[in-house]
Design a protein around this ligand. Structure first.
Ligand code: GLA
Length: 430
């Protein structure tokens, strides 16, 4: 063997010694259904002015208050269990041991005390960092400190980590995101791992290695940050509809695409538009991370966020991401296969989505088989926002719905088991 061959073997051996086995898959048992909770960013941003705006600045007080509201106002009972900190919680300096620390003025008791409080309320806690030199808002990033920072989060009893990607090279992410995930796993503390890995690569013109992303992350952002407007919500919906052939196969229990936060109850969406975001995020198997001021949200909007029937669609155990099956003249139909599965037949959640702005509802009329449902025993069908049931509908039956402008009608079609028609199906109640 020549010298060059030897050098090759040697450097491979050295690499094997110094590099963590980052190819180990993510197997943390978390996010078997899309995570639900509250996230500070969209509504509260990087407001650090606690002198002039103490109620709304990013401070421990804000998170203590939101934890209280999540529990007292029924959000936890509805499934919203994560209280997630976003950017701007950090001090500009690491401590004497190189560890991250919260801003001492705004978080005087530190993150561990907040985590203890959050856990005492039956909630879980999420935190934000960035695979780069800085977070997007300019606070210290994790580059150079991956192992220390993963351990710090575990020491604080963190349950969920969102790792952003500002101030780093998108090409490095293929190695860096798995590496940080490896260190998170190695702490032994299960933490949901939310990655911004693909979106930065897409922005830089790369094609993300989704096989690796799915293997190493529980969640990943694919597209733009959501903003407080209907235009932003519809741009997200269009992205996920247009890219569905690539994105749907990625989703499943433990690993989901993340179209970003729910903005229901803020300034930008009407009541109808809010129902539309809730319905579509549920059909897309998206995380349900509300970013709203829980102290002032209106009761109507709270009811949308807490709609149990819609949440049940989002949390369906199959974890299949729904699909846009029709789009014409401002009308879309989205369908998500859900349980129960009867013989070969899935049940479905269907969203009729009206993007038209003519000031009267649009009627959509379609047969059950045109929606892809062929169970001869039919589908028990009910509206999920209005108290309306349609009884059992069969494949040739025509379903007619009136959909409000920039709104939705969402129905659940539960496949019926009839042993005379379907071999060996097991009747199941909902
Ligand atoms: C990026 C992320 C947002 C938010 C901000 C914080 O833009 O995509 O979700 O975390 O950074 O600075």
């Amino acid at each position: 063997m020549g010298l060059t061959g030897m050098m090759g073997i040697l450097s491979a051996a050295v690499a094997a010694l110094v590099l963590p086995p980052a190819v180990l898959g993510l197997d943390n048992g978390l996010a078997l259904t899309p995570p639900m909770g509250w996230l500070a960013w969209e509504r509260f941003r990087c407001n650090t002015d606690c002198v002039n705006d103490p109620k709304n600045c990013i401070s421990e007080n804000l998170f203590y208050e939101m934890a209280d509201r999540l529990v007292a106002d029924g959000f936890l009972a509805a499934g919203y269990e994560y209280l997630n900190i976003d950017d701007c919680w950090l001090s500009r300096e690491r401590d004497a041991h190189g560890r991250l620390q919260a801003d001492p003025d705004r978080f005087p008791n530190g993150i561990k005390a907040l985590a203890d409080y959050v856990h005492s309320k039956g909630l879980k806690i999420g935190i934000y960092e960035d695979y780069g030199n800085y977070t997007c808002a300019g606070y210290p990033g994790i580059l150079g400190y991956l192992e220390t920072d993963a351990q710090t989060f575990a020491d604080w009893d963190i349950d969920y980590v969102k790792l952003d990607g500002c101030y780093s090279h998108p090409k490095d992410m293929d190695r860096g995101y798995p590496e940080f995930g490896y260190y998170l796993n190695r702490t032994g503390r299960p933490m949901v791992y939310s990655c911004s890995w693909p979106v930065y690569q897409i922005y830089s013109g790369m094609t993300p290695d989704y096989a690796s992303i799915v293997q190493h992350c529980n969640l990943w952002r694919n597209f733009d940050d959501i903003q407080d407007s209907w235009a932003s919500v519809t741009s997200v919906i269009d992205y996920y509809g247009d890219q569905q052939a690539v994105l749907i196969p990625l989703a499943g229990p433990g690993h989901f695409n993340d179209p970003d936060m729910l903005i229901i109850g803020n300034f930008g969406l009407s009541f109808e538009q809010s129902k539309a975001q809730m319905a579509l995020w549920s059909v897309m198997a998206s995380p349900l991370l509300s970013s709203v001021d829980l102290r002032t949200i209106g009761a109507d909007y709270r009811a949308i966020l807490q709609n149990r029937a819609v949440i049940a669609v989002n949390q369906d155990p199959l974890g299949i991401q729904g699909k846009r099956i029709f789009k014409d003249k401002g009308i879309e139909i989205w369908a998500r296969p859900i349980t129960p599965v009867v013989g070969d037949f899935y049940s479905y959640a269907i969203v009729f989505f009206n993007r038209r702005v003519d000031g009267t509802p649009s009627q959509v009329s379609v047969t059950i088989q045109e929606l892809g449902m062929l169970n001869p025993a039919g589908y028990k069908t009910e509206d999920l926002f209005a108290a309306r049931t349609y009884g059992v509908l069969y494949p040739p039956t025509r379903l007619k719905v009136d959909v409000n402008p920039s709104g939705v009608v969402m129905v659940r079609c539960g496949a019926v088991c009839d042993l005379e028609l379907i071999y060996n199906c097991r009747p199941r109640s909902r």
